[in-house]
Design a protein around this ligand. Structure first.
Ligand code: PMP
Length: 432
């Protein structure tokens, strides 16, 4: 850090004494790219300003929720209005009904849904519903997928492909990790084998229909169809974790994009327009096993919070005009195609994976990036250099090479041009 970040440095140093690592979620600490994070003052449209007054074009956008950009007028006004009527009641509100109705319209396969306060809670609840409904314990997930930080998902593959998992974090009991089987993303054979080896034991398969937590990886031809077919054949529950993809890759999320009906869907991020929220929804008979109707318990003091529902409704109303998806796609298409050309010109090998407005640039070439193992071929030291060079030039990229870049409807041609220019500057430096 130089003088340009003096105030950030001071504040972060004080935070580090009070908050573990100075952050309230680990990736914010810049550990994968090195350096000290800047401290945010405010956001406006596609831009972020730090406490020293530096300006950045934001490609993180709070990790996905801000599809309309920072502080969009409609959302800000809706939240202010809601605040004046009370910030939390712990009792039913009309806002909950209105938000649930919009979700049902956009995603008709969600017959009923319950609002929670985060994506983590949504995924945890989905798994509990699946286990309660099937009276089975095993959950299948995919290597490199992220479904929040509950014990059952902080696991990694054990010794064999179809065997129970191991804790991926200290504090996760081995007994819990054993109930989660982790297999490679896009590996159809591994899915089939897993079901064959664990007859009548698998409660659910949970999948990011477009993987976005190991960088963006699209589902291979037939992968999601196989999951749908195999889970149905074995009376297991198919859970789409659409915390990132929901309302982003299409109005109805990845389920609509790939025309697959999951049994349960996990939502978050865009659903709350930047305020804390999550939701689990799906087939009525599955959702009705939640308390108070059924015997699967779940609850939350702030669930369905009126400020979150107000922000979510305002955001989803804005997204009803589907032209937003064309604008997002066009920006990403143009940005990724111009960057691909530039990287080629400077002979720096990259692989760009993109699905609609979700994309990642991996510093690897030759083999396609189709799963976590191939994503790990990317040169993360190079990414760290890239990240810092871009930051110096006022472009804030995800502080890890295993993340999606998030754009918003507030990103404009001007920002695109500045981004391309900054990348070219990086490439000139790299090529010496
Ligand atoms: N699922 C996916 C696909 C996610 O990307 C995330 C968070 N990035 C979560 C679940 C967890 O959501 P939250 O951070 O709101 O708990």
């Amino acid at each position: 850090m130089n003088n340009r970040h003096q105030k950030s440095e001071e504040l972060f140093s004080r935070s580090s004494k009070l908050i573990p690592g100075g952050v309230n979620s680990p990736v914010r600490a810049f550990r994968s790219v090195g350096g000290t994070p800047f401290v945010v003052d405010r956001g406006e449209g596609a831009l972020l300003f730090d406490v020293d007054g530096n300006k950045y074009i934001d490609y993180v956008m709070s990790w996905g929720p801000l599809i309309l950009g920072h502080s969009p007028k409609a959302v800000v006004e809706a939240v202010i209005k809601a605040t004046k009527s009370g910030t939390s009641f712990g009792a039913p509100t009309k806002g909950e009904l209105n938000l649930a109705s919009i979700v049902r319209e956009r995603m008709p396969w969600i017959e009923k849904l319950r609002l929670v306060s985060s994506g983590t809670e949504a995924c945890m609840t989905a798994a509990r519903i699946a286990r309660g409904a099937t009276k089975r314990d095993i959950i299948i997930k995919f290597d490199g997928g992220y479904h929040g930080h509950s014990d059952m998902f902080l696991t990694e593959a054990g010794s064999g492909l179809a065997t129970g998992g191991l804790p991926a974090s200290s504090g996760v009991p081995e007994n819990i990790a054993r109930t989660t089987i982790t297999i490679p993303y896009n590996d159809i054979k591994a899915v089939t084998k897993c079901f064959a080896d664990n007859t009548n034991k698998i409660a659910a398969v949970i999948v990011e229909p477009v993987a976005a937590n190991m960088g963006v990886i699209p589902p291979a031809e037939g992968f999601l169809q196989t999951l749908r077919q195999t889970t149905s054949e074995h009376n297991a529950v198919l859970i789409f974790d659409e915390v990132i993809t929901g309302f982003r890759v299409m109005s109805g999320g990845a389920a609509q994009l790939y025309n697959i009906k999951p049994d349960l869907v996990c939502l978050g991020k865009i659903l709350g327009g930047g305020l804390p929220i999550g939701a689990v929804g799906g087939r009525k008979e599955l959702m009705d096993i939640l308390a108070p109707l059924g015997d699967v318990y779940q609850a939350g003091t702030l669930s369905g919070n009126p400020l979150s529902t107000a922000a979510g409704i305002a955001t989803l109303k804005d997204l009803a005009d589907l032209s937003v998806y064309d604008r997002l796609r066009t920006y990403c298409e143009e940005l990724t195609s111009r960057l691909t050309t530039l990287f080629k010109q400077y002979k720096l090998p990259v692989t760009v994976n993109r699905v609609e407005s979700l994309f990642t640039i991996f510093f690897t070439a030759g083999k396609p990036v189709i799963d976590f193992a191939s994503a790990k071929n990317a040169d993360m030291n190079m990414y760290a250099r890239f990240f810092h060079e871009m930051l110096v030039n006022g472009i804030y990229l995800p502080p890890s090479g295993f993340e999606a870049w998030f754009i918003s409807d507030a990103h404009r041609e001007e920002q695109l041009e500045l981004t391309v220019k900054a990348v070219e500057q990086f490439l000139k430096k790299e090529s010496g």
